[in-house]
Design a protein. Structure first.
Lengths: 353, 456
């Protein structure tokens, strides 16, 4: 394992995805019945690629990120496939998964201070991680590896023996990223890594994450609610709504030409420096214990048709972008009269998330 | 030494000269300092623990009906300023007056009549509502406190109007609900209903939409604009988000470490930002355009410790345009050394670092730095090291601030020019606290440059 980990690019075919998720489902048990937080999600992630996963709170994006790494709370049921370098992670037992987490699969959290031990020096954090996962390294080699990773994140070597509280918020997040990367995992999930940070520090961190693919050839699943960050830092984008990925494809293509009405409306309702008028999506995301029939977005969709309320949309690939929306076909599966506009129920102003 | 900026009449004129008429609120040289905790022994010996200057000399006028944005990163003092405007934190110095009546220095009892006119909305709607109070009681609570209604029917009528105004209708559906039953957006609507039920004139909104999802933000902002139109409200909108500030505000004040560094109309600040800090903030906002990549020239570092702010201009350690008089000092030298060490590989780092002894002397603030060489090394070696650092990046602005570098045996002394604390100056249609717009100081800097002795 050590030998493998030392080579950032392993001897695999670069055309094969590093991670391949097929029909992943995650349910949580609640008093009101099962919540289908992730409900049949499929995507591929290739080496050195960054996939931005966006959606509003409650759409299941964090559950998806945790589910891929097998980090769900007890009581969550998982079904489907998460193929990581030929192994289905869903079928692995806890200890086998534990072996992979760290050297192969990394996670960067939102709150760096709650993840660093305040009683341990930065050096001790790295020593511990490297000692457990790469026992072949001696003390000097561990230090060198840690310093090299920290340097890449902009943490000066003179601060190596400091305690977490001696660092600013942005520096702590850099240390967290370095801790995830020091074992050179080929796949990393970053769950809202910049949400607690200021604008300028956020830009610094996003830059570091965007540079990862060049330095480490890491594949990154970047979970965020900030569409601007996806636009700047990600190669691909997956838009999530009510447990489904409703649109995924090349980030440039999706931002320029969003195909799913939800993606389009989400982009329009984002307030940017170019915003001259306010726009928003009517209504609120559905209750996932009893999601709407057919397309889950149809009660809020301005383009909803008859078929949208009756049948679950079929994923189609249109100009390299995969989209789940009847507007994009397949036409032969739409029953006669299905394209007639759907009469929508009136939505109250205050019905919102 | 750190000089206080020239405050008083010129600044006040600047910050106010944008509109005619009587201001609703006048803020003059407002300071809010928080004393740092010290040990009991230190207190007995009369040593103070220093203070954090959360708001450090702020002057502006607020005109009736306008929306003023206070924009800054965390630690800029924007929230403390917002609270001080309403008398929610005591001012250490300076005044805030509302329609000619002093807000600062009032007792809680004397403050109460003013509270009806001055209201606040906080960031977290969930924390702003008592979880065991239903919406009718919560929204009607201010009426009861101020004794404005007689009997429940009258109160309920007012509450119903307030709820309808914020879109929580049909109101029967919401009156008996508890905060836990409402979504984030609905809770913020209820908070807005409570804040407007006393018919206030000024509403200070501290990040009112930051915790909400994108698609809800726009709805709440629209509601706030409608309330402003219907109730003749004046807003102070506190945010870290320049995009919503641009859309929502008439004027914005950019804050950094307790000071306003730039203030002006939205049109002017966003089309032609003057302060280097404002410029970098605008550049750092992620754009919804995937053909643009991550900006590469983001200022280094983070907002500094407000207990020990940088000398001169607070932004100078991060500023790409800082020059002689901006306040370069000992701590910046340490940052420079550490940045240099980031670029070295392990062996070079060990070798270079070994030349320097203890760097903790650089943590003291001052314009004179002493670099002690480690045992077995000489001052000349340190000087050679400084030379290498300078050669590696000739554009590094710190060197402009260095007056003199001298080797004295095994120590090297680095002397900096004295910094000047910037005050707000007119520049174009805005007021900006930056020496780049002070012609007299720029001339002085040119003279200083001629006296520079940088034989390294």
């Amino acid at each position: 394992m050590t030998a493998l980990v030392d080579q950032p690019v392993r001897g695999r075919d670069r055309r094969d995805p590093v991670l391949s998720v097929r029909d992943l489902r995650v349910w949580y048990a609640t008093d009101r019945g099962p919540v289908r937080a992730v409900d049949g999600v499929s995507f591929d992630l290739y080496a050195g690629q960054t996939l931005g996963l966006v959606g509003e709170s409650g759409c299941g994006k964090s559950t998806l990120g945790r589910g891929v790494l097998g980090l769900l709370p007890p009581g969550a049921a998982v079904d489907g496939e998460v193929i990581f370098e030929g192994t289905n992670l869903v079928e692995l037992d806890r200890s086998a998964l534990q072996q992979l987490r760290g050297p192969q699969l990394g996670l960067i959290f939102q709150e760096p201070m709650t993840r660093l031990n305040p009683l341990m020096r930065v050096s001790e954090h790295f020593d511990e991680v490297l000692h457990i996962h790469e026992p072949a390294l001696d003390k000097a080699a561990r230090r060198e590896r840690a310093l090299q990773t920290l340097r890449g994140m902009g943490i000066p070597p003179s601060r190596y023996r400091s305690y977490p509280h001696e660092f600013s918020g942005g520096m702590r997040q850099r240390i967290m990223i370095a801790l995830a990367l020091v074992l050179r995992p080929s796949f990393v999930v970053a769950d809202e890594p910049t949400t607690a940070l200021d604008v300028l520090v956020e830009a610094q961190i996003v830059r570091i994450l965007a540079d990862l693919r060049r330095t480490y050839d890491t594949s990154l699943l970047f979970i965020t609610h900030n569409l601007g960050i996806v636009a700047e830092a990600c190669d691909r984008i997956a838009v999530m709504y009510a447990g489904r990925i409703v649109e995924q494809g090349d980030a440039r293509e999706v931002f320029e030409n969003p195909k799913h009405p939800y993606t389009r409306e989400l982009l329009r309702s984002t307030i940017s420096l170019q915003t001259t008028g306010l726009h928003y999506i009517q209504g609120a995301p559905p209750d996932l214990t009893a999601p709407p029939s057919g397309c889950r977005f149809h009660p809020r969709c301005p383009d909803a048709m008859q078929v949208c309320a009756d049948r679950f949309p079929v994923p189609v690939i249109d100009e390299g972008v995969q989209v789940e929306c009847w507007l994009h076909g397949p036409d032969e599966q739409i029953p006669a009269g299905g394209t007639a506009p759907l009469e929508r129920r009136e939505i109250d102003v205050a019905e919102e998330a | 030494m750190q000089k206080k900026p020239e405050t008083g009449s010129p600044d006040a004129a600047l910050a106010t000269a944008t509109r005619d008429g009587t201001p609703l609120m006048e803020v003059r040289d407002l300071e809010v300092h928080f004393a740092l905790r010290t040990g009991n022994v230190a207190r007995l010996l009369g040593r103070s623990g220093g203070s954090v200057k959360a708001v450090d000399g702020v002057t502006f006028d607020l005109m009736p009906g306008e929306v003023l944005g206070l924009v800054g990163e965390s630690g800029s003092g924007k929230s403390t300023l917002g609270r001080a405007l309403l008398g929610l934190v005591p001012a250490t110095a300076g005044t805030v007056s509302f329609r000619g009546e002093q807000v600062t220095g009032r007792s809680e009892r004397a403050m109460r009549p003013l509270r009806r006119k001055l209201q606040m909305v906080f960031q977290d709607p969930h924390a702003s509502l008592n979880p065991s109070m239903d919406i009718e009681t919560a929204v009607g609570h201010p009426l009861r406190i101020h004794g404005l209604t007689k009997g429940t029917t009258q109160t309920r009528a007012k509450v119903v109007t307030a709820l309808e105004r914020v879109g929580l209708s049909p109101t029967e559906r919401y009156l008996t609900k508890y905060p836990g039953d409402l979504s984030g957006g609905q809770k913020q609507r209820a908070v807005l209903a409570r804040a407007t039920i006393l018919d206030p004139e000024l509403l200070v909104a501290d990040e009112p939409v930051s915790m909400l999802d994108m698609s809800v933000r726009a709805k709440i902002l629209e509601l706030m604009l409608n309330l402003r139109r219907d109730l003749d409200l004046t807003y102070v909108y506190i945010t870290h988000d320049l995009a919503t500030a641009k859309f929502f505000c008439d004027r914005v004040a950019i804050m950094y470490l307790g000071r306003i560094v730039e203030i002006g109309t939205v049109e002017e600040i966003f089309s032609d930002p003057k302060h280097p800090y404002t410029k970098s903030l605008l550049k750092a906002i992620p754009q919804l355009d995937a053909s643009q990549r991550v900006p590469q020239d983001v200022p280094r570092g983070e907002i500094p410790d407000a207990a020990q702010p940088p000398l001169g201009c607070s932004f100078h350690p991060r500023c790409p345009a800082a020059f002689e008089v901006c306040g370069w000092e000992t701590r910046d030298l340490r940052t420079l050394l550490e940045e240099r060490w980031l670029t070295l590989d392990a062996d070079d780092y060990d070798r270079e670092q070994a030349v320097f002894g203890d760097l903790s002397g650089l943590d003291q603030t001052g314009y004179s730095a002493t670099l002690q060489s480690a045992r077995g090394h000489t001052g000349e070696e340190i000087k050679a090291e400084l030379h290498a650092i300078r050669e590696s990046d000739l554009d590094e602005p710190l060197w402009k601030g260095v007056r003199d570098v001298r080797v004295e045996g095994d120590v090297v002394r680095v002397e900096f020019f004295d910094g000047v604390d910037p005050g707000l100056l007119p520049a174009g249609g805005v007021a900006v606290a930056c020496h780049l717009y002070d012609d007299a100081l720029r001339r002085k800097a040119e003279q200083l440059e001629a006296t520079q002795d940088l034989e390294i």
